[in-house]
Ligand binder design. Structure first.
Ligand SMILES: Cc1cc2nc3c(=O)[nH]c(=O)nc-3n(C[C@H](O)[C@H](O)[C@H](O)COP(=O)(O)OP(=O)(O)OC[C@H]3O[C@@H](n4cnc5c(N)ncnc54)[C@H](O)[C@@H]3O)c2cc1C
Length: 383
């Protein structure tokens, strides 16, 4: 099979080889942000893949970004440190004013500004985004923001945050999705002036945080699009996000499968390679089949997205199937390695922890199944 973007993949692979397992292991162990890796990716222009050329980016379609992220994971790295910049930027690109785009996009493309933080989830709302309570109240030329977000990843390593906040009470809108707005928050001056960021210790090294807003002033000029329409803007970016996360999971699955097959060929027990036993072969072969099926769905979702069609169902299925495929491949890989699967120096247990996230975030599997049941199969809405 010839993979699309072979040249880009090769370049990304070369870059990733400068950051081998030891690098990721040390970062994981110390719970440190992989800043050097993110800087190298930024410098090489990969994080600006989707920014149009007239704003200084590479102007690639979504398939290009998917190839980059898949390759990072396939090389054993973790794009979770920076992947959000690719899809968060889309909200600004699609719904921002010309002035906002001219002000921010070229600086994001050059790496001068980092747009890595996406503040949607709150402790009290979770999956039910419309229940979020953080408010942005207009006051002269500013909005005053109060409330709390949780799981705001990379907030400590970003200059800007795309924030979803309530600008009108839930009951007052004509539609239930009205009343939420998107603000671009410049966090550089905000920390200790109304913005507090607290890291959350997690199972894997993900630089995620909780964020508190206490009368934070955000210029009204930083409102993206029309006040009250923010939920729609965020939704419009979700298909791209799901497809890109799906591509990352495909990369993880390929990494696990490569590791497992290599080890199964080399490891001798009872005087023969363990991979000669069908009990060892079959879980790897099954994971491979799962990965390939999920990969086809990722490609299908990309094709629909790039054709400008509604890729909602395909993007959701791609993300769900790819996350399940990477988990199955991780499981097969650990089992193939026996005890060594648990030794940190093999990187398997680290990747196993990292890839598990994608069955929960950015949306959990149950909600994808609910989406398919309701919107594709016409079953009654369950929530
Ligand atoms: C490491 C990490 C990084 C993250 N990064 C970000 C980020 O950068 N920005 C951001 O905004 N958010 C982020 N998130 C949040 C993530 O998107 C949410 O955790 C996810 O959407 C699930 O929401 P929740 O945790 O509140 O789960 P809940 O909504 O509390 O759900 C808990 C469980 O109940 C199930 N459930 C809930 N309702 C239903 C239903 N109606 N039917 C069936 N099952 C249901 C869910 O599927 C889930 O399994 C991150 C999360 C993690 C763990």
């Amino acid at each position: 099979m010839t993979e699309p973007y072979a040249a880009i993949r090769e370049e990304v692979a070369k870059l990733c080889q400068q950051f081998p397992g030891e690098y990721w292991r040390a970062k994981d162990h110390a719970r440190e942000y992989p800043g050097e890796f993110v800087a190298a990716l930024t410098q090489a222009g990969y994080l600006a893949a989707l920014i149009p050329e007239n704003y200084g980016g590479a102007g690639l379609p979504l398939s290009g970004a998917a190839a980059i992220l898949e390759e990072i994971q396939r090389q054993g790295g973790n794009g979770g440190a920076c992947h959000a910049q690719m899809y968060i930027m889309g909200t600004l690109l699609r719904h921002g004013s010309d002035a906002q785009k001219a002000q921010y996009l070229p600086r994001i493309a050059s790496g001068e500004l980092r747009l890595q933080a996406f503040g949607v989830t709150e402790p009290g709302s979770g999956t039910d985004t419309l229940a979020l309570k953080t408010t942005a109240t207009r006051n002269g030329d500013d909005y005053i923001v109060n409330g709390q977000k949780i799981w705001t990843s990379r907030a400590e390593h970003s200059d800007l945050m795309l924030l979803l906040a309530r600008t009108a009470p839930r009951e007052t809108g004509a539609k239930r999705t009205d009343g939420l707005s998107v603000l671009l928050v410049d966090m550089r001056d905000a920390v200790d002036h109304g913005l507090t960021i607290r890291p959350i210790d997690t199972m894997m090294n993900h630089a995620t945080t909780e964020v508190f807003f206490d009368n934070l002033r955000v210029p009204a000029a930083n409102l993206i699009g029309t006040e009250g329409q923010g939920f729609r803007y965020i939704l419009s970016g979700m298909n791209a996000e799901r497809i890109l996360i799906g591509a990352e999971c495909i990369g993880d699955a390929k990494w696990f499968i490569d590791k497992a097959t290599t080890y199964a060929r080399e490891r001798q027990v009872f005087g023969r390679p363990i991979g000669q036993n069908q009990g060892v072969q079959f879980p790897i072969a099954r994971a491979y089949a799962q990965m390939r099926a999920a990969e086809l769905m990722v490609h299908d979702a990309i094709a629909k997205y790039e054709a400008g069609e509604n890729a909602g169902a395909e993007a959701n299925m791609a993300k769900m199937l790819a996350a399940e495929a990477s988990w199955a491949a991780g499981e097969a890989c650990i089992q193939t390695h026996g005890g060594f699967g648990f030794a940190a120096e093999y990187d398997i247990e680290r990747k196993f922890r990292e890839t598990r996230l994608y069955q929960v975030a950015p949306i959990s599997t149950n909600l994808i199944l609910s989406y398919l049941a309701e919107h594709v199969l016409g079953l009654p809405r369950s929530y």
